[in-house]
Ligand binder design. Structure first.
Ligand code: OAD
Length: 247
C-alpha cells in the first residue's frame, strides 16, 4: 500500500468513528464540475485583477463592467453539475449527528448535491442585493435581460450578494460557524480545495480540532494550511472523497 492509500484508509477509519465533523471547502471542490478556481493556472485572478471586479469601488466606478463578469460566471454555473466530492459531503452530513460545512464558494453546488447544514462565508452568487434597501433575494436569471440589473421595487441598482475585497464576511455565516465551533472540538476537520489564504479560514480550521481532533487537508497542492494538517491527501477531491465516504 502506498502512502496515499494508507492515509486514505486512516482518514476513513477516523471518519467512520467520528460524531462531530467540520468541513471547510473552497473553489477546488467545484473544480471537477468545471468551475474555475481563483488562484490556480486558468483561475479567475490569473485573468483579471480582483480590484476591477470584486470591490465596492469597482462597482461604484462601473457597475455594468462588474455585472458582466458576474453574469458570465452565472451563465457558466448554469451549465455545470455537482461532482462526486459534493455528493460525498452531502452523504457525510446524513451519516453524522453533528456536522457543519462552511464554504467559501458562492456557487450552490453543495446544496444541489443535497447539503443542508452549511453556510456561505463569502455570500451567494445567485442572490442580488438592492443598493438602496439593502435587502437580498434569489434571482436565477442568467443572462440578465438588462446589465446592470435593477431592483424591480425601487429602480435602484442591485449588486451580487457576495463578499468583496475590503468588506466584512457574511455575519450569519460567522455566527453559525462560531455557534458550531463553540460547542467543543470536532473529531475530524476536512479542509478541501482551498488555498486557505485568509486568516479566518486557517484560524477556524486549526481551532476546530482542539487538542485531539484530526485535521485533514484534501488538495492536490501545498497550501498555507498544509503544515498544520495531521494528514494531507494530495489529490482531486472528487476522487479522494468517495473513497473516504462511500455512497
Ligand atoms: P483558490 O483558487 O485560492 O484555491 C483553490 C485551491 O483548490 C488550490 O489550493 C488548489 O490546489 C485546489 N484545487 C484545485 N483543484 C482541486 C481539486 N480537484 N480538488 C481539491 N482541490 C483542488 O480558491 P479559494 O481558496 O477557495 O473570495 O479562494 C478563497 C477565496 O478567494 C474565494 O472565495 C474568493 C477568492 O478571492 C472572494 O471572492 C471574497
Amino acid at each position: 500500500m502506498n502512502q496515499l492509500n494508507s492515509d486514505i484508509a486512516r482518514v476513513k477509519e477516523c471518519i467512520d468513528g467520528a460524531n462531530r465533523v467540520f468541513v471547510l471547502t473552497g473553489a477546488g471542490v467545484s473544480a471537477e464540475s468545471g468551475v474555475p478556481t481563483f488562484r490556480d493556472a486558468g483561475g479567475h485572478w490569473k485573468k483579471i485583477d480582483p480590484y476591477q471586479v470584486a470591490t465596492p469601488e469597482a462597482f461604484e466606478r462601473d457597475p455594468a463592467f462588474v455585472w458582466k463578469w458576474y453574469d458570465e460566471r452565472r451563465v457558466q454555473l448554469n451549465t455545470v453539475d455537482p461532482n462526486p466530492a459534493h455528493y460525498a459531503l452531502a452523504q457525510l452530513e446524513k451519516e453524522k449527528e453533528d456536522f457543519f460545512l462552511l464554504t467559501q464558494n458562492v456557487d450552490d453546488l453543495h446544496e444541489r448535491a443535497g447539503s443542508v447544514k452549511l453556510a456561505h462565508i463569502h455570500g451567494k452568487i445567485w442572490e442580488v442585493r438592492c443598493m438602496r434597501e439593502g435587502t437580498a433575494w434569489e434571482d436565477h436569471r442568467a443572462p440578465f435581460p438588462e446589465i446592470p440589473p435593477r431592483c424591480e421595487r425601487c429602480g435602484e441598482l442591485v449588486r451580487p450578494n457576495v463578499v468583496w475585497f475590503g468588506e466584512s464576511i457574511d455575519t450569519d455565516a460567522v455566527e453559525s460557524t462560531e455557534r458550531y465551533l463553540s460547542k467543543g472540538a470536532v473529531d475530524v476537520a476536512l479542509i478541501i480545495g482551498t488555498e486557505a489564504s485568509f486568516g479566518y479560514i486557517t484560524h477556524w480550521a486549526t481551532r476546530s480540532i482542539g487538542p485531539s481532533g484530526l485535521l485533514v487537508e484534501i488538495n492536490p497542492g501545498v497550501t498555507d494550511l498544509s503544515s498544520s494538517a495531521d494528514i494531507c491527501l494530495r489529490g482531486p477531491a472528487g476522487e479522494i472523497l468517495p473513497l473516504i465516504i462511500p455512497a
